[in-house]
Write a protein that binds this ligand. Structure first.
Ligand code: ATP
Length: 380
């Protein structure tokens, strides 16, 4: 059987011009009084996609989900699901289910009863309910806990009950609002993989809201980065990280060093970015930039090497500074290097060998260096 990874790698309907989006937000605006929570937002999500909405608190992520679920109506624009305009369709008629931050389990009901609740409301025949509940319990591996009440379960188990309950009605789309927020780090990581397996097994479309970027990077096929009710970029985790479109996105996901300057000496895609201090960075990927324009070279910490002596390779960008801060994290070490002009550059190095004697320490002189293609040129 192929691994989930290899299946996911080949899944990219967004690159297929003939593929139709399953969910489409078209110019959707949501206002609460004078306040605009979602601003002329357009977004296409594909069937069987694991899609993540990532953004700071208050950026409009939950509002977007609530409109898709039918708990809020857009003030303008439309939302389509499988080609059908959802306007005026009540929540229970939409093939969409939402799992809430708090799980909202009924405390007086057993696990079984919690899972069966929606099915009973739909007046599903008793035998069918029993069968469905049993298959859900098996799916989330809670068979032996069927008769317990929520307060007799751990946080992770409660999370799985909520998941089983939201899947019991077999929605085509599951919306998850901070689904793992209540779990500790280890359990969270385990559950992330469980969610991915489950989503794949059931062939559903998942849209997850989170403000945890690692979680979004781990689980999602694509991520939308949101800010103030707008989508800043939609891309795969790797592209969001390696090819952010703007400084906001570069800075929001992971850590980034931004070297600001003016584009100069362009020849093809190569040229320089000249900083105010006269320092010129050699860069290889200036495509789309213009001589004289303001630009930022965005370089991730792991793409910057640190050494006690200047590297011999003249083709590298190399700048001298002073070791200002060190954070030893076990698997890697983060160095903050202070340059002449007071700027701090962050580097991170993998500790592939055990601690040696030649390590750099606080206030040592050090060189940071990186290749002309180590970063990306941003103009916004
Ligand atoms: P969080 O990560 O904190 O849950 P979020 O990105 O999900 O944030 P939303 O819940 O979508 O944010 O809220 C977006 C903005 O809209 C916030 O500023 C919020 O205060 C505002 N808002 C949401 N619901 C209402 C409402 N019913 N009335 C007025 N303002 C609202």
């Amino acid at each position: 059987m192929p691994s989930l990874g290899s299946i996911r790698r080949s899944f990219a309907p967004w690159n297929d011009a003939a593929a139709k989006p399953y969910i489409a937000f078209e110019n959707v605006t949501k206002k609460f009084g004078d306040f605009t929570a979602v601003d002329k937002l357009s977004l296409a999500i594909y069937e069987r996609e694991f899609f993540a909405l990532l953004g700071a608190s208050g950026c409009g992520k939950s509002t977007l989900l609530r409109m898709l679920a039918g708990f809020e109506e857009p003030s303008a624009g439309r939302i389509l699901l499988d080609g059908q305009d959802l306007a005026g369709i009540p929540p229970y008629r939409r093939p969409v289910n939402m799992m809430f931050q708090s799980y909202a389990l009924f405390p007086h009901m057993t696990v079984e009863q919690n899972i069966a609740f929606g099915l009973k409301q739909d007046r599903m025949p008793k035998a069918e309910i029993a069968e469905r509940v049993a298959s859900m319990l098996k799916l989330v591996r809670l068979g032996e806990f069927a008769r317990r009440k929520p307060h007799q379960l751990s946080g992770g188990q409660r999370q799985r009950v909520a998941l089983a309950r939201s899947l019991a009605k077999r929605p085509k789309v599951l919306l998850l609002d901070e689904p793992l927020g209540a779990l500790d780090k280890k359990l969270r990581e385990e559950t992330q993989f469980e969610l991915m397996d489950l989503q794949h097994e059931l062939g559903l479309t998942f849209i997850v809201v989170t403000h945890d970027q690692e979680e979004a990077m781990t689980m999602a096929d694509r991520i939308a980065i949101m800010d103030k009710g707008e989508v800043m970029q939609v891309a795969t985790p790797a592209d969001i990280y390696e090819a952010p479109a703007t400084r906001f996105v570069a800075d929001f996901v992971g850590t980034v060093n931004l070297f600001e300057g003016k584009v100069a000496d362009m020849s093809g895609d190569a040229g320089r970015i000249l900083g105010a201090d006269g320092f010129g960075l050699r860069v290889d990927n200036l495509a789309g930039a213009k001589n004289g324009a303001r630009a930022w070279f965005a370089v991730r910490p792991e793409k910057i090497a640190i050494s006690a002596v200047k590297p011999a390779d003249e083709g590298l960008n190399a700048i001298e500074g002073e070791v200002w801060d060190i954070a030893y994290l076990g698997d890697m070490t983060i160095y903050h290097v202070r340059l002449e002009d007071g700027r701090i550059v962050r580097t991170s190095s993998v500790n592939s060998r055990r601690a040696s004697d030649e390590q750099l320490t606080w206030h040592d002189r050090a060189w940071i260096s990186f290749r002309p293609d180590a970063g990306i040129v941003l103009t916004r």
